[in-house]
Design a protein around this ligand. Sequence first.
Ligand code: TYC
Length: 104
Amino acid sequence: MANDTTLKPTTRTKPKPKVERPKLYKVILLNDDYTPREFVIMVLKAVFRMSEETGYRVMMTAHKLGTSVVMVAARDIAETKAQEAVDLAKAADFPLMFTTEPEE
Ligand code: TYC
């Protein structure tokens, strides 16, 4: 005789969400020894629409700690903004770098 407890379906306590929330990505500013502080602030204002004061704070955070989070956005927006910022730096011959990484 079959043991009917083996046929009991497993139950989920938490239903699987039907729509996944898209991951958000951080744009990260990296410090370097060559790019002038004023140029970093100019890029933050031009590409990320920051005020002078916010740009100064974000620049100084990277300058002192090595990195600073500039914005959090959907992957395509984060990557496009980071690329625009790196392109401005390249055009001016500065080694300024921005990277992107997924949030936790
Ligand atoms: N460290 C640079 C200097 O002393 C300034 C700087 C700050 C560069 C932040 C990059 O992400 C940066 N001129």
